[in-house]
Design a protein around this ligand. Structure first.
Ligand SMILES: Cc1cc2nc3c(=O)[nH]c(=O)nc-3n(C[C@H](O)[C@H](O)[C@H](O)COP(=O)(O)OP(=O)(O)OC[C@H]3O[C@@H](n4cnc5c(N)ncnc54)[C@H](O)[C@@H]3O)c2cc1C
Length: 404
């Protein structure tokens, strides 16, 4: 019989959180083994919109109010500095992922959203970050559409090729000494002394400590974790590389856009001049082009001149939404840490939280981290969600029922 492999830290889930944790542990000289059910970057890390955004869903004042004097300012700082953290990491490791720090535009299409924009700009300015407030004219010039009534511009943001980033982090973690196993779903987590035995179809790994970093693809490996988050699908379509005239009209100054509002639509141009348009759609795994029609129609509404442009790629994926939109750190058992729940903002934040998990796994006191360690919560009505709430209307009703 084959004996178990041995490692100091086992990480489950090779998205940005797990890859960053593994990288930082390996760089400290810790023996780390990362187990991924598919291939590294298979989850949201390899399929997201590539928007590197600062901050959280809540504005800084609210974060400080909700999380209190200690963790409030820490989390505001972590989320505010996450893009700079990620761009520095990419530069240090020389990752080929088309990283561009050209800013995030948050665009309001309805006057009811402008007060939130103004509040956000004011609160970041109070904290020393010069986020700009734009009027309708300025945002029309920046996006090439007259849809918006106002916007904010945050110079900290930007974009990456998401799968490029995941693969770059994978290579860097391996080069630093991490062992990464694809096609290795962790199926069981058993106590082994003060540590753990993680069971996969191909064998088991014994570890002193375990990190779970499975976000929107969380399964039943740890009791109650799957139902502690709501896995939300987001969809993206990509156009053919746009002709020069359209590239000059749409986002001529670069940057990424996400819309203010209840359900976010987001877009950017990639290195090849493809328009990537994303947003929430049908809440199931999509396959056919017809499922993405709403995104194509919306793009045409923004820029009628896109008529006749081919949409060549489409895909969707899941991220973990938490009822209060805050990312979570759990330590539900000795030598077990969990980080997840970026609620659609995990590109920069996932990498930053991964580094925090690495520090904790390497011995830092949990109380020194930017996130408080909280119990794994129970979401009411989760079964209703799992039973198949598929339309956006029903989805909105569910969020309402959850008090979101
Ligand atoms: C379509 C889409 C667009 C998005 N756009 C943006 C954006 O523009 N900007 C932004 O900031 N965020 C965006 N997000 C969210 C962002 O991608 C996620 O927050 C982020 O990728 C989370 O990273 P992660 O490492 O925690 O999880 P993931 O990248 O989802 O990785 C989790 C991994 O865990 C693995 N796993 C699960 N269970 C097991 C198990 N038992 N054993 C082994 N492996 C397991 C999965 O296979 C998966 O690879 C988007 C998400 C989606 C789906």
């Amino acid at each position: 019989m084959r004996s178990d492999a041995r490692t100091e830290i086992a990480v489950v889930g090779a998205g940005y959180t797990g890859l960053s944790a593994a990288l930082h542990l390996a760089e400290r000289g810790v023996a780390v083994t990362l187990l991924e059910a598919h291939e590294p970057g298979w989850g949201a890390a390899g399929r997201n919109g590539g928007q590197v955004n600062a901050g959280l869903k809540h504005e800084p004042d609210a974060v400080e109010r909700h999380l209190g004097k200690i963790y409030g300012p820490r989390l505001v700082q972590l989320a505010g500095e996450a893009p700079a953290y990620l761009f520095r990491l990419i530069a240090r490791l020389d990752l080929e992922c088309e990283a561009r720090c050209e800013g995030t535009i948050r665009a309001a299409y309805h006057p009811r959203h402008t007060a939130d924009l103004r509040a956000s700009v004011g609160q970041w300015r109070q904290r020393g970050t010069i986020v700009e407030q734009w009027d309708a004219e300025r945002i029309a010039g920046a996006t090439g559409t007259r849809r918006y009534v106002a916007a904010s511009f945050d110079p900290r943001g930007g974009s990456v090729n998401p799968l490029g980033l995941a693969r770059g982090l994978t290579a860097a973690a391996i080069a630093a000494g991490a062992r990464i196993h694809g096609e290795s779903r962790a199926q069981g987590l058993e106590r082994a002394g003060s540590g753990w035995r993680v069971v996969t179809p191909g064998g088991a790994v014994r570890a002193d400590k375990v990190l779970l970093t499975t976000d929107g693809y969380t399964d039943d490996l740890w009791p109650g974790l799957r139902t502690s988050i709501v896995p939300v699908y987001s969809s993206i379509i990509a156009s053919q590389p746009l002709p020069a005239s359209l590239r000059a009209a749409i986002l001529p100054g670069g940057g990424v856009v996400y819309e203010s509002g209840e359900v976010t639509t987001y877009y950017r141009l990639d290195r090849d001049g493809r328009l990537l348009m994303g947003g929430r759609g049908v809440q199931r795994r999509l396959t056919g082009r017809a499922d993405y029609e709403h995104l194509r129609r919306y793009a045409l509404r923004l820029w009628p001149s896109l008529d006749g442009i081919e949409w060549t790629h489409w895909w969707n994926g899941q991220f973990a939404l938490t009822p209060d939109f805050y990312p979570r750190l759990h330590a539900p058992a000795r030598n077990l840490l969990i980080g997840l729940g970026y609620s659609g903002r995990g590109v920069a934040l996932g990498a930053a939280v991964g580094a925090q998990l690495a520090a904790a796994a390497a011995g830092a006191d949990l109380e020194t981290l930017a996130l408080p360690a909280t119990p794994v919560p129970h979401i009411p009505f989760h079964a209703l969600w799992r039973a198949g709430v598929t339309t956006r209307v029903a989805y909105a009703r569910l969020l309402e029922a959850l008090g979101l």
